[in-house]
Design a protein around this ligand. Structure first.
Ligand code: PEP
Length: 253
């Protein structure tokens, strides 16, 4: 059985004070079900990981990072390795978030190296994929998502790929208030599941969680979660408000 998974990506928001207040509020609101009927993670900026970890206490809410570097240590000024993230309590790490792909310019090959580095360092990568609006309008969604998945998972054995969570996030729906309809999302999730069957096997593909992300809110979370291949939600803006994030988590239970 796949347990639903809801992760909140705080992006470059909060500070050491508001991040702690937010983490404490979420932790106390979801005390009863986090880690039991639903897995929950918060993904704060690097610099607040440790204070947020302390604020989460024994809540069973996991900690995630927004990015990871491909090397384990050395002369890589400004970068953070998987072992460092693990050291401060991270379980998850986003790889290939659309803002890293399209604002910072990360190509598929670098995303693949990050997925590998995360797994080697003992983290669980959340591999994000998704098409631009122009690509959807040109009917290129399947082609783009297929390429991102094949390149992103290249070289990963069956054992390693089972550590991965997939996230479909149409770029045009991230932070825009626009969202894919549950049917549009389900179509791409089914494509992703089919690719995993083709690349690995049915049993493994069945066990991998595929999250939807893109303007998820309390009002649309339940409909999304009713789709067959949507196993959880990756939430940006709404994860910065404890009540909204809690309501999204409740919709996923
Ligand atoms: C995200 O950051 O992954 C995201 C989906 O953002 P938002 O929910 O704000 O669209």
């Amino acid at each position: 059985m796949r347990r639903p998974f809801v992760a909140g990506n705080w992006k470059m928001n909060t500070d050491s004070h508001t991040g702690v207040i937010l983490a404490e509020a979420i932790a106390s609101a979801v005390l009863e079900f986090a880690g039991r009927s639903v897995d929950v993670a918060v993904i704060p900026p690097f610099i607040y990981l440790q204070v947020v970890a302390r604020a989460l206490g024994a809540s069973h809410i996991a900690l995630g990072a927004q990015d990871v570097y491909i090397e384990s240590k050395g002369a890589f000024t400004g970068e953070i390795s998987a072992s460092m993230l693990k050291d401060v309590g991270c379980a998850y790490v986003l790889c290939g978030h659309s803002e890293r792909r399209h604002v910072i310019g990360e190509p598929d090959e670098l995303v693949n190296k990050k997925v590998m580095a995360a797994i080697s360092g003992g983290l669980l990568p959340i591999l994000c994929v998704g098409e631009l609006l122009a690509e959807r309008e040109a009917s290129r969604t399947n082609e783009v998502v297929t390429r991102q998945i094949k390149n992103g998972l290249a070289g990963l054995s069956v054992e390693k790929v089972s550590a991965v969570t997939m996230a479909y996030e149409p770029v045009w729906a991230i932070g825009t208030g626009l969202m894919a309809t549950p049917q549009q999302a389900q179509e791409v999730h089914a494509l992703i599941r089919g690719l995993l069957v083709e690349m690995y096997d049915g049993q493994l593909a069945d066990g991998i969680r595929i999250l939807y992300g893109g303007s998820v809110k309390p009002g649309n979370a339940e409909d999304l979660m009713h789709q067959r291949d949507i196993n959880g939600l990756l939430v940006g803006g709404a994860s910065l408000n404890a009540d909204d994030f809690t309501a999204v988590i409740q919709a996923a239970v």
